[in-house]
Every structure is written in structure tokens, then in C-alpha cells.
Design a protein around this ligand. Structure first.
Ligand code: MV4
Length: 451
């Protein structure tokens, strides 16, 4: 096992990893930008190294600075958290070259999943369902041929995209060429790669993801699903486990497909396969995230497994702490609500000093946050300041607990999206479990029309 681990991240996830390290008896090294000097992750780590000025490019994305911090502190491994460098295969390889263990998957698997076209092909080859689609579209003729074969509507996606960035839905045949050209230009500017591919467009799907974990000894496991359909502009707002929409036989097929996928590619560490679930119960692979996810706590609470501890153990060459072949049923129901410092009416970030703070507590309540009374939310990073996660025997009880917790929270200073979260969890269709990825958009459109 390692002695000292550098955490290449900030905010709540840096704290989450530092807590796991402390419980495992390992030393932690925090890195921070000058904007984060007063952050809790800096205070809670055993050591902390300033790695640069506020902009992420010069600090949390600055590979030489982070490697130097690991070298001067004598760390033997790096945990990347989520976002920032967590899906950067080159960073993973640089760590290895510097004799720092990468607490994450094999770089080749990261690279494969980073290319959405190659990932789709690899998953189809592993027998995982994918939507009818194309490979890289090389010409206008190929574009039209594929659209004719698949049938409109189609969705154009960037090979280097992901998370919903750079997607174009085409319903009108006259818009096809224009959408492809615009998409290519945008993809080149955003990702440095103009390649686009096409899929049949699935209307009103649910976004269901499967948590997987594997060690370096060939043990492959799934830890059930998370329902992530409640999102606004591809940013998840509420996630839950289990999904109210999955029939037991669909769940069995989905989880089996996910395990088959990771064993085929020889994956290890934790990861998430994202699927679209269609209204008829069919499901299709979308992409794989080769890292810990923001919403991992709902799986931890329902499965009783510490995913960060698993990650560290796996990287150190240990076996999974649980039996991968045992059928694990989720215990009760967990719901995560992301709390952002933002204007609840227009979603504009709202940085600034926290002048009063009270977080909820009690049975079945977990709050993952780096904020405290007097903390200043910097304007340089994303606006998520806390995750409120509730757990209870079933979904109705978990929803009641969620409402009780939202009533207890006090955050003064920046405004937050709590009123928006509250409107979702009080919405009759959300309560009934009757929603898809278009739910938030429709809810906001109705509200705009009513005012
Ligand atoms: C789709 C889709 C429908 N059909 N692909 C969004 C995130 C990315 N990982 C995949 N995403 C989607 N891919 C096909 N073939 C719907 C989504 C999608 C979505 C699309 C438009 C607006 C909001 C959305 C929310 C979740 C998923």
C-alpha cells in the first residue's frame, strides 16, 4: 500500500478523497491554486502545495506543477478526483513515468473511451447494444448515405466530445449538411478534432448509468444503476439509486452488459457506463466515464461500499473488498441533490462570501461540501458548493427526507439553486417517477410561459 497520496483536485471531491486516505491511515497531499488557499481541502490534508494562480490551466490542469508537488512531498500515488485531469490519459502516463501510481484505469482504456467512435465500436464488438449509427463521417455523400440508412431524426456527435457537448439533432433533411459543417467547426474549436459521427436520435430517453469496479486480478463487478435523467443543459441536478424505471429483467441485462464491456477491454479501477433507456425498455450504450463520478455517493449509500477506498486499494494491487459475483441488491433508496452557488432564476454563477451556514443532519443524511461559514466561493471554478445526499428505506421516504433537509439548510451570502431543486422534488411527475431527460427543460419552459 502507498504511504502518501497527492490529490490533484479541489473542492468537495478533494475533501472526499482526503477523508478516505485518513481513514486508511495514509498521508495526504493537497494541491491548491491561490484562489483556494483558504479551502477546507487545504486545511484537512497532511500537507499542501500551492500549484499556481486561479485559472485552472495554470493550476489544476498544470501537469508539471502537480508532478513537482508530488516529487517535493514524496507522494507515491496520485488521485485525480473528477473533472480537471481525471480523464487525461497523457497525465496518467506521465504519472507512471515519474514513478507515481495512477489511481485510475489503464491509460489505454481512458484513450479508447475518450474517442466516442472507437468506444462505440468496441462496445458493439463486446455485444453491448448501441444505437444504429455511423463511424467518422468523411464526406457529404457519406453524411447523406448514413442519414438515409438510419432515418431522421439523427443526432450528430463529436468523436472527442462527451457529456452532451457538441451535439446536433437533425430532424429536417435540409438542415443536415449545415448541422454537420457547424458541428465540425465547433468540434475543432472545442476539442481540436473535427470528427463527427451520427446516431439515430432517441426521443425522451432516460439517462441510466451503471457503476462498475474491477481489480488488477481479473475480478469484474457492477454496483447497480444510477438514474441521472434530471439534468439541465447536460448538468445533472438530482441523481438517485435505484432507478424507479428499471424492470428487474432490464436491470439484469444492463448490468450484465456493463460487466461484459469492462472484462472485454481489461478495465480496472472504478468507472461508469452511461446508457439511454428508451420508452420501450431497450437500452443503448452512450459513453463510458473512466473516473469517479460526482454522484458516486448514491451508490455508496445503497450498496454500502466506499468507492474511493476501492479505487485506492485497486491501484495498490489489492482485490475488490467485496465478492464481485454476489448479486448485490441496493439497500433502500438514495437521492443526491447538487447545490450550486447560482442565481436560481437564470442559473448565472453567484460567487462570494458565505455569511451564514447551517447544514442538515440526522439519520440517513450525508453532506459532501468544502464550504464553511466565512468561506469565499471563488469565481474561477464550477458553481457546485455542496452535495446533499439522503438515504431511506424507499423512494417516498427518501423524498420526504430530502424535503426535510432542504427546509433545514441555511446558506447566506451567494444565492443558490435550492429553490429550483425544491421545485423539482415537489413536481407531481418527479414524485411519480414519471420523467425523462427532457423533464427539466419542460418544467422551465412551463414556468417561463406562466410568468
Ligand atoms: C443521445 C440522445 C438521444 N439520442 N443520443 C447527452 C449526453 C451524452 N452522453 C449523450 N446524450 C444524449 N445522447 C441519441 N442517439 C440524448 C442525449 C441526451 C440529451 C440530448 C439533448 C438534450 C438533453 C439531453 C439530456 C440527456 C441525454
Amino acid at each position: 500500500m502507498f504511504k502518501k497520496v497527492l490529490v490533484a483536485n479541489r473542492g468537495e471531491i478533494a475533501l472526499r478523497v482526503i477523508r478516505a486516505l485518513r481513514e486508511m491511515g495514509l498521508e495526504s497531499v493537497a494541491v491548491y491554486s491561490t484562489a483556494d488557499a483558504d479551502s477546507l481541502h487545504v486545511k484537512f490534508a497532511d500537507q499542501a502545495v500551492c500549484i499556481g494562480p486561479p485559472p485552472s490551466r495554470q493550476s489544476y490542469l498544470n501537469i508539471p506543477s502537480i508532478i513537482s508537488a508530488a516529487e517535493v512531498t514524496g507522494a507515491d500515488a496520485i488521485h485525480p478526483g473528477y473533472g480537471f485531469l481525471s480523464e487525461n490519459a497523457e497525465f496518467a502516463e506521465v504519472c507512471r513515468k515519474c514513478n507515481l501510481t495512477w489511481i485510475g484505469p489503464p491509460p489505454d482504456a481512458m484513450r479508447l473511451m475518450g474517442d466516442k467512435i472507437r468506444a462505440r465500436a468496441a462496445m458493439a464488438a463486446a455485444g453491448v447494444p448501441t444505437l444504429p449509427g455511423s463511424s467518422t463521417i468523411g464526406s457529404e455523400a457519406e453524411l447523406i448515405e448514413n442519414a438515409n440508412r438510419i432515418g431522421l431524426p439523427v443526432i450528430l456527435k463529436a468523436a472527442a466530445g462527451g457529456g452532451g457537448r457538441g451535439m446536433k439533432i437533425v430532424t429536417d433533411p435540409n438542415r443536415l449538411v449545415d448541422a454537420w459543417n457547424t458541428g465540425r467547426t465547433e468540434a475543432l474549436a472545442a476539442f481540436g478534432n473535427p470528427d463527427m459521427y451520427m446516431e439515430r436520435y432517441c426521443q425522451r430517453p432516460r439517462h441510466i448509468e451503471i457503476q462498475v469496479a474491477a481489480d488488477k486480478h481479473g475480478n469484474y463487478a457492477h454496483l447497480g444503476e444510477r438514474e441521472c435523467s434530471i439534468q439541465r443543459r447536460h448538468q445533472k441536478v438530482i441523481e438517485e439509486a435505484p432507478s424507479a424505471a428499471l424492470l428487474p429483467e432490464t436491470r439484469a441485462k444492463l448490468t450484465a452488459a456493463a460487466v461484459r464491456a469492462i472484462s472485454t477491454i481489461g478495465y480496472y479501477n472504478v468507472g461508469t457506463l452511461e446508457f439511454l433507456l428508451d420508452t420501450d425498455g431497450s437500452f443503448y450504450f452512450m459513453e463510458m466515464n473512466t473516473r469517479l463520478q460526482v454522484e458516486h455517493p448514491v451508490t455508496e449509500l445503497t450498496m454500502g461500499i466506499d468507492l474511493v477506498r476501492e479505487q485506492i486499494g485497486i491501484a495498490a494491487g489489492e482485490r475488490l473488498t467485496f465478492d464481485p459475483s454476489a448479486i448485490r441488491k441496493p439497500r433502500g433508496h438514495a437521492i443526491e441533490m447538487r447545490i450550486n452557488a447560482e442565481d436560481p432564476d437564470n442559473f448565472a454563477p453567484w460567487p462570494g462570501k458565505i455569511t451564514a451556514l447551517h447544514m442538515p443532519g440526522g439519520l440517513g443524511v450525508r453532506v459532501d461540501t468544502h464550504i464553511y461559514d466565512g468561506y469565499r466561493v471563488p469565481s474561477n471554478y464550477d458553481s457546485m458548493i455542496a452535495k446533499l445526499i439522503v438515504h431511506d428505506i424507499d423512494r417516498p421516504h427518501a423524498l420526504a427526507r430530502a424535503r426535510r433537509c432542504l427546509d433545514e439548510i441555511v446558506i447566506e451570502g451567494p444565492r443558490t439553486n435550492i429553490p429550483f431543486v425544491r421545485r423539482i422534488i415537489d413536481h407531481p411527475e418527479f414524485i411519480a417517477g414519471d420523467f425523462d431527460t427532457g423533464f427539466v427543460g419542460r418544467m422551465l419552459a412551463e414556468r417561463a410561459a406562466a410568468s
